[in-house]
Design a protein around this ligand. Structure first.
Ligand code: IVH
Length: 683
C-alpha cells in the first residue's frame, strides 16, 4: 500500500471505529459484534505501525499512550468555569424561591407568563472542560479555581465515552463543560477486583472519579472506569448558538457527546417541583450517584439578561436532595438476630442526620464484610442511607482512627469477631461453610425467632393449627403467653380471654384446633420443627427412612446422607438442630403434652422392598388410577418422580405410555406392568 492509500484507509477506519465507539459508549447500542470491531481496530493499529506519521492524537488507538507526568500543567480557562448557587432547602419551597428570584430579576409580574427552565440531574463527580478544535479533542482540564485548572488531557482521553473526534460538522472551536463520574456498577466491579487482588478500594464513586482524573500516570487512570455527561459550554467560535440551553444540549448530543437523557424543559415553579420529585423517585435506581437536580433558565437571551453575581450565574441553581452519606463515630458493635436466625453485625453510632432521617444503627451485613471494612469501636465511618434501604457502614475513615491504646502498641479496640453464642437466647451461632450468613441454632427457643417459628409450626402443611395466624401469634408472643411451640399445648381459655379482640367462641375454636393437631404424622412433625434446609419433601423422606423420631435424632451426618436427596448441607443442618439442647427440650415437652404420631408410619419403611426406590408412572393402568398407584408406592416408602432419569428405579407403564417409556428403554430402567408392580410390592 502506498502512503496515500494507507492514509485514506486509516482515515476510513478511524471514522468507522469512532462511529462504533459512539454507538457503544454513548448510545449504549452496539452496532457490530466485538470481534468485527477488534479486527477493524487491529487493522488500524497495523497501518499506524507501518506508517507512524498516520498516528495522530485523535486516533482511537491513542487513548492510553501517554507517559506519567511529574505534575499537571496549568490551563487558563478562556471562559471561566463558574459554580452554581446551591439551594439547600431540599423541599419544594427551594424551587419556588429560585423561580421567584428569577422573575424578580427579570421584572416579571404575576400577569406575565411563567419562565421555561431546562431541568437536569446534578451529577456527583468532577467538573471538566473539553476543548475541541476543528472537531478534534485537544485538551481536557479540571476546574481548579474557576480561572485556572489543570491539564488532564491524558487521563481524559482514557474515558471511552468522551469522543476524541466529534461527529458531523463541528465548529472550529467548541469547549464543552461536563462532569466526569464513576457509575455505580463500575465502582462495584472495580472494588471487587481490588479486593480480590488485596488492594485498596475506593470509598465512593465520586472519590473514584476525582482520584482517577488526578492520576499522574495515565495507565493508572485507564484502569479506573469513568463516564462523562456534557451539561454546558465554554468558549466557542464559528458556531451559531441555538436559542435555548436545551437546544445546546441537543446539538452536543448531535456531535456525538454523551448528554444525559434524564432532562426536561419544564414551565414555572410547579414544573421544577415536579421534576425534583420525579428524579428523587428515580434517584436510587439510576446507575450513578446524583446529589440533586440543576435548574437553568432555558432561553440563552434571558440568561444573558440575568447575568452573574460574583462567580455564580443568576439563571441557574442546584436544588439538592438530602445527603445519603454522612460521617459519624462507632460507639459499639453488636449483633442482631433476624426472624430466621440470621446473625447480622450492627454498628451503634453517634446519631447522625442522613438521607432525611436520624440514623443511630447501621448494618455491617455479615462477618466477612465487617472484617473487610475493619470497623472498630471509636472509628469515624461513612454511613449511607439511600432511599428506604437499611443504613449501612460504607467505610472507615482510617486517617481518623484513634491512635494507639493507652497500654501498648495495640489500637484502642480489637477487630470485630462474631460471638460464639446468640445474644438473644444463648444458643450456639454457626456459620455453614460456603455461606456468608451465620445463624443462631436455637430455632425453637430463640425469642428473636419465636414468631416465625410458631407460624411455621402451626402452618397448614405442618401441624395444621387452624386459626393460629399472624395477628394471634404476634399477641401471644408479645404478651409472653407463648414462648415455644410446646407452650401452645398448655394454653387455657383464661390466658386467651386476656387477648385483645378474642371472642370466647374463637378462643374455643382455637383450643379445639390445637387439641386436634396433637394427632399428626411423623413427617408433618419433622417439617413443623423448622429445621433449616428441611422442607416438606425432605421431612417426608426422613420420616420414611427412619420410621421414628428417636432414630432421626440419633443419626449422624453419614447416616443422614443415606436418605435419598439428603446431602452434606441438609445433613449438617439436621445434626446442628438436634445438637442444641434447648431444641431437644422443646421436643420432649411437645411429646409430654401429648403430641403423637403412629411410629413407624407409613409402612415400616426400612423393611419395605421398595423403600427409597424411585418410580415413574406412565400411561393408563388396567385397574389402578395414577393417584392410587402413587399412594401405594408412597405408603411403602417409595417415591414417585415426574420424569425418567438415571436415578429412576422402575417405570410402571400402562396403555399409551409415551416418551417416558422410550426413555426408560434407552436408559435400561426396569419397566413393569401393573401385575408385575403388584408382585413387586407384595414380595
Ligand atoms: S452547570 C454555570 N449542570 O455542580 C453553570 N453543573 O457548582 C455551571 N454539576 O462542580 C455548572 N451536574 O460540575 C451544571 N447538570 C449540571 C451539573 C453540574 C453537576 C456540578 C458541576 C459543578 C457543580 C456546580
Amino acid at each position: 500500500m502506498d502512503p496515500q492509500q494507507a492514509a485514506a484507509r486509516a482515515e476510513t477506519l478511524r471514522r468507522e471505529i469512532e462511529r462504533h465507539n459512539h454507538a457503544y459508549y454513548v448510545l449504549d447500542a452496539p452496532t457490530i459484534p466485538d470481534a468485527e470491531y477488534d479486527s477493524l481496530f487491529r487493522e488500524l493499529q497495523a497501518l499506524e505501525a507501518a506508517h507512524p506519521a498516520l498516528r495522530g492524537t485523535d486516533s482511537p488507538t491513542q487513548r492510553v499512550g501517554g507517559k506519567p507526568l511529574p505534575e499537571f500543567a496549568a490551563v487558563r480557562h478562556a471562559v471561566p468555569m463558574l459554580s452554581i448557587r446551591t439551594e439547600t432547602d431540599t423541599e419544594p419551597s427551594g424551587a419556588r424561591a429560585f423561580d421567584a428570584r428569577v422573575r424578580r430579576e427579570l421584572d416579571l409580574g404575576d400577569a406575565d407568563d411563567p419562565v421555561d427552565y431546562a431541568a437536569e440531574l446534578k451529577f456527583d463527580g468532577l467538573a471538566i472542560s473539553l476543548r475541541y478544535e476543528n472537531g478534534v479533542l485537544v485538551q481536557g482540564a479540571t476546574r481548579g479555581d474557576g480561572e485556572t485548572g489543570e491539564d488532564v488531557t491524558q487521563n481524559i482521553r482514557t474515558v471511552r465515552r468522551i469522543p476524541l473526534r466529534l461527529l458531523g460538522a463541528a465548529p472550529p472551536l467548541l469547549e464543552v463543560r461536563g462532569e466526569v463520574f464513576m457509575s455505580r456498577p463500575d465502582f462495584e466491579r472495580y472494588n471487587a477486583k481490588q479486593r480480590a487482588l488485596g488492594r485498596a478500594t475506593l470509598v465512593n464513586p465520586r472519590n473514584g472519579a476525582a482520584g482517577s482524573i488526578r492520576q499522574l500516570d495515565p495507565a493508572m487512570a485507564a484502569e479506573r472506569p469513568l463516564s462523562f455527561y456534557a451539561y454546558g459550554l465554554g468558549d466557542t467560535r464559528g458556531w451559531d448558538l441555538p436559542a435555548t440551553h436545551s437546544g445546546v444540549l441537543d446539538a452536543l448530543a448531535g456531535f456525538g457527546l454523551p448528554v444525559c437523557e434524564r432532562r426536561a424543559v419544564v414551565t414555572g415553579a410547579d414544573g421544577l417541583i415536579g421534576f425534583h420529585a420525579r428524579m428523587r423517585e428515580l434517584r436510587d435506581s439510576l446507575p450513578f450517584d446524583i446529589d440533586g437536580v440543576v435548574y437553568k433558565v432555558n432561553s440563552l437571551a434571558l440568561q444573558r439578561r440575568l447575568g452573574f453575581v460574583t462567580r455564580e450565574p443568576r439563571w441557574a441553581v442546584a436544588h439538592k436532595y438530602p445527603a445519603e452519606e454522612a460521617l459519624t463515630t462507632v460507639e459499639a458493635i453488636e449483633v442482631q438476630v433476624g426472624r430466621t436466625g440470621a446473625i447480622t453485625p450492627v454498628a451503634r453510632l453517634a446519631p447522625v442526620f442522613v438521607g432525611g432521617v436520624t440514623v443511630a444503627n447501621a448494618t455491617l451485613h455479615n462477618e466477612a464484610e465487617a472484617r473487610r471494612k475493619d470497623v472498630r469501636i471509636g472509628d469515624t465511618v461513612v454511613v449511607r442511607r439511600a432511599g428506604d434501604v437499611i443504613p449501612e457502614v460504607v467505610a472507615v475513615v482510617m486517617e481518623r482512627r484513634p491512635k494507639k491504646g493507652l497500654l501498648g502498641d495495640e489500637t484502642l479496640h480489637p477487630a470485630f469477631v462474631l460471638p460464639k453464642n446468640c445474644p438473644v437466647c444463648g444458643c450456639a451461632i454457626e456459620r455453614p461453610e460456603d455461606e456468608a450468613i451465620a445463624r443462631c441454632t436455637g430455632g425453637l427457643v430463640c425469642p428473636a425467632q419465636r414468631k416465625q417459628a410458631l407460624l411455621h409450626f402451626a402452618g397448614r402443611r405442618a401441624m395444621d393449627i387452624e386459626g393460629l395466624g399472624d395477628r394471634l401469634v404476634e399477641q401471644l408472643v408479645d404478651n409472653a403467653i407463648v414462648k415455644t411451640p410446646a407452650d401452645l399445648y398448655k394454653l387455657g381459655l383464661l390466658a386467651m380471654a386476656n387477648l385483645e379482640r378474642m371472642a370466647e367462641k374463637s378462643a374455643g375454636n382455637l383450643l379445639a384446633a390445637i387439641e386436634k393437631s396433637k394427632a399428626t404424622t411423623l413427617a408433618r412433625f419433622i417439617f413443623a420443627l423448622g429445621i433449616r434446609n428441611v422442607g416438606e419433601a425432605t421431612a417426608k423422606d426422613l420420616a420414611r427412612f427412619f420410621g421414628n423420631l428417636d432414630a432421626l435424632m440419633a443419626a449422624d451426618t453419614d447416616r443422614l446422607q443415606q436418605v435419598p436427596d439428603v446431602g452434606p448441607v441438609v445433613a449438617a443442618s439436621i445434626v446442628r438442630f438436634f445438637a442444641e439442647p434447648h431444641n431437644v427440650e422443646v421436643i420432649e415437652q411437645l411429646r409430654a403434652a401429648g403430641v403423637h404420631w403412629s411410629e413407624g408410619e407409613p409402612a415400616a419403611a426400612a423393611s419395605s422392598p421398595i423403600a427409597g426406590k424411585t418410580f415413574v408412572l406412565t400411561g393408563t393402568l388396567p385397574t389402578l388410577t395414577r393417584d392410587e398407584a402413587r399412594d401405594m408406592i408412597e405408603a411403602m416408602g417409595g417415591k414417585v418422580a415426574g420424569s425418567v432419569s438415571k436415578k429412576t428405579d422402575y417405570v410402571v407403564a400402562g396403555v399409551e405410555a409415551g416418551s417416558k417409556l422410550d426413555k426408560a428403554q434407552d436408559l435400561g430402567v426396569s419397566i413393569l406392568d401393573e401385575t408385575q408392580f403388584r408382585e413387586l410390592i407384595l414380595s
